[in-house]
Write a protein that binds this ligand. Sequence first.
Ligand SMILES: Nc1ncnc2c1ncn2[C@@H]1O[C@H](COP(=O)(O)OP(=O)(O)OP(=O)(O)O)[C@@H](O)[C@H]1O
Ligand SMILES: [Mg+2]
Length: 247
Amino acid sequence: MSGKVLEINDLHMVYPGGVHAVRGISFNVNEGESVAIIGSSGSGKSTVLRCINRLIEPTGGEIHLKGEQVNTPHTDINNLRSRIGMVFQSFELFAHLKVLDNVTLGLRQVRKMSKREAEEQALAVLERVEMLDRIDAYPGNLSGGQKQRVAIARALAMKPEVLLFDEPTSALDPELIGSVLKTIRGLADEGMTMVVVTHEISFARDVADRVIYMDQGVVAETGPSSIIDNPETERLKKFLSSINEEN
Ligand SMILES: Nc1ncnc2c1ncn2[C@@H]1O[C@H](COP(=O)(O)OP(=O)(O)OP(=O)(O)O)[C@@H](O)[C@H]1O
Ligand SMILES: [Mg+2]
């Protein structure tokens, strides 16, 4: 039986200004599972991911990674971030570093690998995202889709136990979205454990094992990806039809 990788228990986030963005969210992510989080703008999706990765400190609740609570004052944040990879909407590559060096940086600094070891591992993941032919390019000379694939390679290189994606395609031109989704879909097929916040409803339906629909800081509906075709709640029905109107 596959074990739980992430356990989120009664998570709350009240921002310093007083916005109660996340109001008691609980869910688990099992080994090899891909979970999609959908929901309208401002519903708290990014806040949940940022809490899991400790980019912000949740104001309540517990986060466990493979059974170990990781939102404690004693948690080593750098170690945690190497175990929980994150890919953002904007690629956040280092502009002054070539593609290869963007990927080796974390391996050398956090994993303390030798240059040779780090490069070997980096080349393997760059091949995985089909960027092997651009290892000497600077990010400024890549397309958005290529940059995002390098960002995915950088996260993958650390061999994280779970990968978090926050709208990985929403900053891309339409013609570049496909290559990034294909990469993420490949990772899901290979059994990577992942949580993907996405506006791409068809991607959530086709790729995710489970869908979490967030509304106003709570999980308003969750279930297998078939809930996208057969939503139970009025809230999810409305959300899905509002998305259809956009397209
Ligand atoms: N740094 C912050 N300080 C104060 N309030 C914030 C901060 N970041 C987000 N919020 C508020 O928290 C709520 C949830 O925001 P969040 O970014 O998590 O939503 P989201 O579901 O990711 O939306 P989107 O789909 O637009 O990315 C919103 O009301 C937002 O204004
Ligand atoms: Mg967001």
